[in-house]
Design a protein around this ligand. Structure first.
Ligand SMILES: [Zn+2]
Length: 412
């Protein structure tokens, strides 16, 4: 069935100027035309569904590159992950994907969940059993014995074991590979500052993943682990925290390494909105004290700003499921880019749509509003190119052309 969306403006997600009094014509789940309303008007007939959104903005659905869909997103995330049975985790994940979709996320990558959760959830979405975004999964993260996120289920120590783990995830249906280059805060006794693998081992994982047509995202906090990922040609550097091996120091940022990331075209997912300052999202919620990975956020932000200035491409990941990364609050990623890094609202929006879709390898299908692409579209109140906070109020969501939320009312 034909559908026309009309609003005060259309932001295509490609960085170009918005189309004022814009409209998008959709047929059979695909975008047919995007233009001024006056140009689309002739395509409207008695069988066309028209959604009129005066004062609002039509834009691509958000592309979220970093979630853990079976985690609680609360301070108990680790404990619940350990004790909950698979049935509970499946139910939690099915709620999380719906919540994300209704908040405007139309493409989402799970960056590490247990295999028995990740693959059935993807299957259930693809077969219309539960509502959710276009979902890409990594299966379980690959980590060392007792390493970061070992409780997800895949421990591999030697290069041979890591290659075998990559192949196992590919066989089970992973779209991408997640590997833990350093320890992480989520896992007791893992060391955030030190490398878990040599660069040779990570490089072997990258080579084998590439052979299988897969992208590798690597968790890296310590600079030694960041450097290993750069040298190994990892496609996505996750967190990229530049923590010093010296526990008396916090950061150990090397601008030359940032230049190397930019030159190699590696993407960075800085999980910028997960820092412990976002409690004001829900007034009355527990206030989290600064701590964990980042003690000094202003310094963290100035490092990230410098990386951007050197041409590093940022992609948008909330790390949803981890404490404070609540599903449905993905808009905090572009918002934090604007508020803390001084990125323009348009650039933050492009990072959260087009650039993230490119990084996930789905840019030919989604990420911008362009004829031929899937109609993964949202309508937001106000103008996000002026005030990025507009992304928090998503009134209408189209997933592959299906209206799953209309004028604020969820239909799934
Ligand atoms: Zn994560």
């Amino acid at each position: 069935m034909k559908l026309v969306l009309q609003a005060e403006r259309v932001v295509a997600g490609d960085g170009n100027k918005p189309i004022e009094s814009g409209a998008v014509l959709i047929d059979n789940g695909r975008i047919v035309a995007v233009d001024r309303q006056s140009e689309i008007a002739s395509a409207i007939d008695e069988f066309t569904d028209v959604i009129d959104a005066p004062g609002q903005t039509i834009m691509p659905g958000l592309v979220e590159v970093h979630t853990h869909m079976h985690c609680t997103a609360e301070p108990d995330a680790y404990e619940k992950m350990i004790i909950d049975d698979d049935q509970t985790l499946l139910m939690r994940a099915s709620v999380a994907v719906r919540k994300s979709l209704l908040s405007g996320v139309t493409t989402m990558r799970d960056l590490g969940s247990r295999n028995q959760i990740a693959f059935p959830i993807k299957h259930a979405i693809n077969h219309g059993i539960i509502p959710g975004p276009r979902l890409l999964v990594t299966g379980t993260p690959i980590t060392t014995t007792a390493g970061h996120c070992n409780m997800f289920g895949t421990e591999a120590d030697t290069t041979e074991q890591v290659i075998s783990a990559v192949r196992t995830q590919a066989k089970m249906g992973a779209d991408h590979i997640k590997i833990m280059s350093t320890g992480g805060n989520f896992t007791p006794r893992s060391n955030t500052r030190e490398a878990q693998y040599s660069y040779e081992t990570i490089q072997a994982a990258v080579e084998d993943a590439e052979r299988l047509g897969m992208t590798v995202a690597a968790h890296c906090h310590g600079t030694v682990g960041v450097k290993n990922c750069i040298d190994a040609g990892v496609h996505h550097l996750v967190h990229c925290s530049w923590l010093s091996s010296d526990p008396t120091k916090e950061y150990d940022y090397d601008p030359k390494l940032a230049d190397a990331i930019a030159a190699a075209g590696q993407y960075v997912d800085p999980t910028i909105a997960l820092a412990p300052l976002r409690y004001d999202a829900n007034p009355g919620d527990p206030v989290f004290q600064p701590g964990g990975v980042y003690q000094h956020l202003p310094q963290r932000y100035s490092i990230l700003r410098d990386m951007l200035d050197r041409g590093v491409k940022f992609i948008a990941g909330l790390d949803a499921g981890m404490p404070q990364g609540r599903f449905g609050e993905h808009a905090w990623v572009p918002r934090t880019m604007v508020e803390e890094l001084g990125v323009s609202p348009m650039d933050a929006l492009v990072s959260s749509t087009k650039t993230s879709a490119e990084a996930l390898g789905v840019a030919d299908v989604t990420g911008t509003i362009k004829p031929g692409k899937s109609a993964d579209i949202i309508v937001v109140d106000g103008d996000p190119t002026v005030d990025i906070k507009a992304l928090h109020t998503v009134s209408t969501v189209l997933m592959s052309g299906h209206v799953v939320k209309r004028s604020g009312v969820p239909l799934v």
